[in-house]
Design a protein around this ligand. Structure first.
Ligand SMILES: [Zn+2]
Length: 423
């Protein structure tokens, strides 16, 4: 049955432009695809048979897109570390080691996907741990949650804690098996990402063979790059023949579209240009970068290069699951320029979908895309707010600077209202 959702609608149509319908309509077909978006007065006559779902006094916008998040780190949020390495060694490696136990993995995975729903994040790109069975279990829960999820088992075959280091062939075989089992499931809602953690914990052989698997499968690749100055120095020492950091990915053929690089803070203009030329993308995680004092992604260089980029919570180094929190920190981290609410919203929705190569599927409202959207009650931020009294600029600003999960009333993926108690 066709459904027509009537609400105030925001739709990020271009980088600097959010289209608004004060009395809007979003029409969705029985499969969960969008048939039309526009003002209620114009759309309603074309879809007389559609069942109307009234969201009076509510705001409806595309679901949020988190391009970088770690499932096993859910409960490690907000635990202080002086540096990335200090934090990894104090909390993260031991937390990830516990995923050898399937009951731990099940509990955390289930709560993780519930939290995504509660925060209005409809699409996410997720790291699990090195554990194959725990990752399979997480995929099962991702399927059951109804969310759009790109996910992969972490790969690390050197310079890692003993409990998290794998044999190279096992890492490759298990990743290939998970990809064959899960990539493309649920009509493409579930995708696989080969996930070499970051260069220092991955041998060149692992990288090279992973590049071949990505190529052969058409799946994704996700990793970290140039998060800290110390990491860049370690890479220089470990791979002395490299011209620079991006060269490692060029040399191992781990660079192309559907390749997501988290952080990308300490790179040269040439490296950003080469990422752009390869049609790779960056996950910008400002809240995490502030938390670990990793540095600031040079937004002007990134934009000059033309490389695609989205936003990521980077939970657990990012203490918040909310993409609204990430949006405001994308502004706070820039010392001398402002990231406007409209631009931040674009990055948290459509821009993120572009970075993931999913902009024909999700990220904004257009005919043929999946109906991935959230219903927002602005009074959830503060009961003093009345949606009808707020301008578009005020709404965008309040969401960005004060928004969190409290504002999210419902989360829909492919026209299905997701139920946190349903899995
Ligand atoms: Zn990360």
């Amino acid at each position: 049955m066709q459904r027509l959702y009537r609400a105030r609608i925001l739709n990020p149509t271009r980088t600097q432009c959010v289209t608004e319908y004060r009395d809007g309509a979003l029409v969705v077909d029985a499969d969960g695809r969008i048939l039309a978006v526009g003002s209620y007065a114009r759309v309603r006559p074309r879809f007389r048979a559609a069942k109307i779902v009234h969201y009076a006094g509510r705001l409806l916008m595309p679901g949020l897109v988190d391009t970088h998040i770690h499932l096993p780190q859910l409960d490690q949020r907000g635990k202080h570390g002086a540096t990335l390495l200090d934090w990894l060694e104090r909390y993260i490696f031991s937390a990830e080691s516990r995923f050898a136990d399937l009951s731990v993995a099940e509990d955390i995975s289930r709560r993780f996907f519930k939290k995504l729903i509660l925060n209005g994040t409809t699409t996410s790109m997720v790291f699990t741990t090195i554990h194959t069975q725990s990752t399979a279990l997480a995929f099962g829960l991702a399927m059951a949650s109804g969310l759009r999820v790109i996910m992969g088992k972490v790969m690390m075959d050197q310079h890692s804690p003993k409990s998290l280091q794998e044999a190279t062939h096992r890492s490759l075989n298990d990743s290939a098996w998970l990809c064959s089992e899960w990539d493309g499931m649920a009509g493409g809602r579930i995708r696989y990402a080969f996930t070499p953690r970051f260069a220092p914990t991955c041998s060149e052989t692992l990288m090279r063979e992973t590049g071949k698997l990505v190529e052969a499968s058409g799946a994704y690749l996700q990793t970290h790059i140039a998060e800290t100055v110390a990491e860049n120095s370690a890479v220089k020492t470990l791979f002395p023949r490299l011209h620079d950091y991006v060269h490692l990915f060029e040399r191992t053929q781990c660079l192309g579209p559907r390749h997501l690089f988290a952080h990308a803070i300490h790179l040269s203009p040439s490296e950003y240009r080469r990422l752009a030329r390869a049609d790779a993308a960056i996950a910008h995680c400002p809240l995490s970068n502030l938390f670990l004092k990793s540095g600031r992604m040079p937004i002007e260089r990134v934009e000059q290069s033309g490389v695609k980029w989205g936003l990521g919570t980077d939970v657990g180094a990012g203490p918040s699951m909310s993409m609204f929190a990430v949006m405001r920190h994308a502004d706070y981290i820039q010392p001398d320029r402002s990231v406007e609410p409209m631009v931040a919203l674009h990055r948290a929705t459509r821009g993120g979908a572009e970075a993931l190569g999913l902009d024909r599927e999700t990220g904004s409202f257009a005919k043929g895309k999946w109906a991935d959207f959230i219903v927002i009650d602005i009074a959830g931020i503060d009961p003093v707010y009345r949606l009808a009294e707020l301008s578009k600029a005020e709404v965008l600003s309040l969401l960005m600077y004060r928004g969190d999960g409290q504002a999210i009333e419902s989360t829909y993926v492919a026209g299905n209202k997701l139920d946190v108690d349903g899995f």
